[in-house]
Design a protein around this ligand. Structure first.
Ligand code: SIN
Length: 307
């Protein structure tokens, strides 16, 4: 058996497979059907200070090799999350990353304060890149990113990750987040896109624009993670975006990800997601690779070296 244990953020993850924020919800339905010990971590759906109903329907539309979503951060709000969901999440046999978002640095600080003392919160992911909330996507300017991250950082002792968009080609936002105290970066969120009804000529999504996720965005996510690993060799990176099979996991690790997030795949083939760690183990073992560290960042070190 190969070693898949991944140590980062001061935590030990059983394997590098992470359920990304979104399709896994708060993990409760998945926990009824699957053994959460098969994944390294669950990232919750993003929690906001007040409950949110999300965007009007329709908010999910097919796209070639993916799906456009326009959920709009639907969630029960921080208090209900803490009282009703977190006690159940705390019992999951995997690490728990809680995703949060807010309208201002103060709101983010309040959320981080309320959640960080709770059992069941191993790390916090600050979502600064949701494409589905009007006027609220913070990650369009390094100064705003710095202000939000500093605020969350000062309010919580938990390791802080920041989820950034994939649209921007430069690494200024990542640099801003890390210099403001984030321990790691999550790249990439869904990419803004749209579809149009050919009979009516109107956008299919009520909010017109949504976030494209699924295999269509894998090459973009890989390039973003590769560039971030090259620029920030010591920082923690969660690579997410379009990974839907073993090959995508291996590619993401080789690009430089410490952990690999799966979102769309949880919707399209949850059975596969919960098999991936054991498939990775088998794939490595047949090639004589005994530790997942041999894969991580291999694309920056002249490829995979088997001892
Ligand atoms: C959503 O709730 O709209 C999706 C979350 C995200 O893309 O950050």
């Amino acid at each position: 058996m190969a070693t898949l244990t991944t140590r980062c953020l001061g935590l030990e993850f059983r394997n590098p497979i992470v359920l990304a924020s979104g399709p896994a919800g708060f993990g409760l339905e998945l926990a009824e059907r699957f053994d959460l010990a098969q994944v390294g971590a669950l990232t919750t759906k993003t929690v906001t200070l007040e409950p949110r109903a999300g965007n009007p329907q329709p908010r999910l539309v097919d796209a070639p090799c993916g799906v456009l979503n326009s959920i709009g951060l639907q969630n029960p709000g921080c208090d209900a999350f803490r009282e009703e969901l977190l006690p159940k999440i705390a019992a999951f046999p995997t690490k728990r990353i809680v995703s949060i978002a807010g309208r201002s640095p103060d709101e983010v600080a309040t959320l981080a304060t309320r959640l960080s003392g709770e059992p069941g919160v191993d790390a916090i992911e600050l979502n600064l890149s949701c494409p589905n909330v009007r006027g609220e996507t913070v990650a369009d300017d390094p100064g705003r990113v710095r202000a939000f991250v500093r605020s969350a950082r000062n309010a919580s002792a938990r390791p802080l990750l920041v989820k950034l968009p994939g649209e921007r080609g430069d690494l200024g936002l990542a640099e801003a987040a890390l210099s403001a105290g984030a321990k790691g970066i999550v790249l990439i969120n869904a990419l803004r896109g749209m579809r149009i009804h050919v009979e009516t000529g109107l956008p299919l999504l009520d909010r017109e624009v949504g976030g494209l996720c699924g295999p269509a965005i894998l090459p973009i996510a890989l390039e973003r993670v590769f560039a971030a690993r090259r620029a920030f060799p010591e920082s923690v990176l969660i690579g997410t975006g379009g990974v839907s099979d073993l090959r995508g996991v291996v590619e993401m690790l080789c690009a430089g990800a410490d952990l690999v997030g799966l979102g769309f795949a949880v919707m399209s083939d949850p059975n596969l997601v919960f098999r991936l760690a054991s498939e990775l183990d088998g794939w490595m073992t047949t090639r004589g690779i005994d530790d997942v560290r041999a894969l991580r960042g291999a694309a920056h070190r002249g490829g995979i070296h088997v001892r």
